[in-house]
Design a protein around this ligand. Structure first.
Ligand code: 13P
Length: 338
């Protein structure tokens, strides 16, 4: 297959009506935090057991088209000795890989951060490809305060995101472009809308500058919500209205899929909001999910590091995958939570 054929085939399989993406690419510090919440030590073996359990979930491929893995997982094996990326692929779930090297403070931009990891990226991608990865993810973060994000951070982050995406496509890897506007803070939903609009429009300007092919990428944004310390919650209808208004303004129709992150929403909130987003008029893109916490939290609780809880954990994961799949079709209701 040519590079272009690879990109076309991967995007076709990733962006399908009724399917979303599982984000299971937590870095070591993040997975340690998630495991600690359920009383599990973050050892290499525990991480392997847990992620292997998820990827071995029967029928996961009915609702999930791709899974984002952390580098360590790409090289790990299931109990039967099969590499985890192959386990996933044979379950109908395309393996992908988080390739950024994390974020840190941006110099001369107080309160803003920048994501690193471009050096040697093409070489790393070639190696990830031999291990089975067909798509990648890179996450930028933007804090909302009265002064953040600043224009320098908005521009610099857009530039690295676009360079990452261009490099991915040159290697036949579909890029997931993730500009995460954080939920932390007391800001209003209007302020979140404003920041998302500024951030995402700059990202698309940079993508164009770097000649990224919009048809073979996925956007992974935050939903537009009030800050988590705002006190006033927005209804799913308000979230849907603000979110769609922003995306209709700044995301070209050539982009096939927008897969939201959950960003600290509870599993039920994330499903309910996604359902509201998909309940109105049809939009130019498939509007789906690429959740980490909102898909995994119930599964982690059910597992709690105990091998005999495997089936219960898989059932919990499958339940959230199925409910979110219904939400992408606007067919979810809270009574399905049972
Ligand atoms: P959350 O859904 O937990 O926000 O994770 C998605 C993700 O991949 C963040 O980079």
């Amino acid at each position: 297959m040519t590079i272009q054929e690879e990109l076309n085939a991967t995007i076709r399989e990733l962006v399908q009506a009724g399917k979303g993406i599982l984000a299971a690419d937590e870095s070591h510090p993040t997975i340690a935090k998630r495991f600690k919440a359920v009383g599990v030590e973050s050892s290499e073996e525990n991480r392997r057991e847990y992620r292997s359990l998820m990827l071995n979930t029967q029928e996961l491929g009915d609702y999930i088209s791709g899974v984002i893995l952390f580098e360590e997982t790409l090289g790990q094996k299931s109990d039967d000795g099969k590499p985890l990326p192959s386990v996933s692929a044979s379950n109908g779930v395309i393996p992908g890989i988080k390739v950024d090297k994390g974020k840190g403070p941006m110099v001369n931009a107080p309160g803003d951060e920048i994501t690193e990891g471009l050096d040697g990226l093409a070489q790393r991608l070639e190696q990830y490809k031999t291990l089975g990865a067909r798509f990648a993810k890179w996450r930028n973060v933007y804090h909302i305060t009265d002064n953040n994000p600043g224009i320098a951070a908005i521009e610099a982050n857009a530039e690295v995101l676009a360079r990452y995406a261009a490099i991915c496509q040159s290697c036949g890897i579909v890029p997931i472009v993730e500009p995460e506007v954080l939920i932390d803070g007391s800001h209003t939903i209007e302020r979140s809308a404003d920041v998302n609009e500024a951030v995402i429009s700059e990202v698309f300007r940079a993508l164009r500058r770097h000649r990224v092919e919009l048809e073979t990428m996925i956007l992974k944004p935050s939903m537009v919500t009030p800050g988590n310390a705002n006190g006033k919650k927005a209804s799913p209808e308000e979230v849907a209205e603000h979110t769609l208004r922003v995306f209709r303004r700044v995301v070209p129709a050539a982009v096939p899929g927008i897969n939201f992150l959950s960003g600290g929403q509870t599993p039920e909130e994330a499903t309910l909001n996604l359902n509201a987003i998909n309940s109105g008029a049809s939009q130019p893109w498939v509007l789906s999910f690429s959740y980490g916490r909102a898909l995994q939290e119930p599964a982690q609780k059910a597992w709690a590091g105990i091998s005999s809880n495997k089936s219960a954990a898989q059932a919990a994961l499958l339940k959230r995958a199925k409910l979110n799949s219904l939400a992408t079709l606007g067919r979810y209701s809270t009574d399905m939570e049972g």
